[in-house]
Design a protein around this ligand. Structure first.
Ligand SMILES: [Zn+2]
Length: 312
């Protein structure tokens, strides 16, 4: 019989403050996620006998989930597993830093971000900020663990290779950041031209089919009404699309759109710190890609900048 223990650890992100790590025991004894840093690791070490842990699964590549992984391998020889897609995304970035940086810059500038602001936003890009840490990681690709009453489900969208873990016997779903209770998970862009929001919504519908008594998210409180929460997140994106559409009757860049719309907690882009501005611009590009994919808008490349407008 599976059982879950939740360990909440501090992280260095102002808007979130903490992340959740799960200790699952049943026919294996493992950890899901690791927090953000050595601070998170220390807190985890206080809560769990790490020398008895068989392995660790990372739900997705973000630093606030993978940031303690290095200490598990280094100090306890715990093997760390991540999906093939996120493994490849990390490997691509760490092996091709210059290319990744160039593509990231091109994406931002061609979506209208002013040069000066880009340089500041760059400092807030968590992957670039932690690139040396990512390079130092020793990761394995998730294989068939063959754990009784356990299913590792691919839920791409929030990252290229996010996974959720379903514990069938206790009807529990560990969601990473795919489903959170009071926060709408950030949707970003990892490869230009890919519709991550479309992928994300498909992945939400995929796990909505499971019978889930409790959802165990990567941040904050557990989710009781799992299916209802998924409906809310889908509606949130539909509302955001409607809000964006009202500004798309004339040609506009992603950056102009991100600067115009109202974000959560009634904030404007310029009220955010640089990391949040990075997320907001990326999220705007992801929504535009989704709308374009669904024939709602069209884009034109004019003077080295992408402009978007509702399809006539
Ligand atoms: Zn995340």
């Amino acid at each position: 019989m599976n059982s879950i223990e939740k360990i909440t650890v501090p992280i260095e992100i102002r808007a979130l403050k903490t992340a959740n790590i799960y200790h699952v025991s049943g026919n294996a004894n493992y950890i899901v996620d690791t927090g953000m840093s050595e601070n998170s690791y220390r807190e985890l070490k206080n809560g769990v006998e790490l020398d008895k842990i068989d392995f660790c699964i990372i739900t997705h590549l973000h630093i606030d989930h993978i940031g303690g992984a290095l200490y598990l391998t280094k100090n306890h020889r715990i093997p760390v597993y991540i999906s093939e897609n996120d493994y490849n995304a990390i490997k691509y970035i760490t092996d091709n830093k210059d290319e990744y940086f160039r593509d990231y810059r091109t994406l931002m500038i061609s979506n209208g971000v002013p040069e000066g602001l880009f340089n500041k936003i760059l400092e807030g890009n968590p992957i670039i900020k932690f690139i040396n840490y990512y390079s130092a990681l020793d990761l394995n690709i998730i294989r068939d663990f063959n754990l009784k009453d356990t299913e590792i489900i691919d839920v791409p969208g929030h990252s290229p290779g996010s996974v959720a873990i379903y514990l069938k016997d206790i009807q529990a779903m560990i969601t990473g950041d795919h489903v959170l209770k009071n926060i709408s998970p950030n949707i970003s862009v990892y490869s230009n031209g890919v519709d991550y929001l479309g992928m994300y919504i498909e992945s939400l519908k995929k796990i909505q089919k499971y019978v889930v008594k409790t959802g165990y998210p990567g941040h904050r409180d557990n989710i009781d009404d799992f299916s209802g929460r998924i409906d809310e997140i889908i509606q949130h994106h539909q509302r955001r699309i409607e809000a964006m559409k009202s500004h798309l009757s004339n040609w506009i860049t992603a950056f102009e759109l991100a600067s115009t719309i109202e974000w959560s907690k009634n904030r404007k882009l310029m009220d955010m710190n640089y990391m949040e501005q990075n997320f907001a611009v990326m999220e705007t590009i992801a929504h535009l890609k989704y709308m374009e994919n669904n024939g709602i808008i069209e884009n034109r490349y004019i003077n080295n900048v992408y402009m978007y407008k509702i399809t006539e």
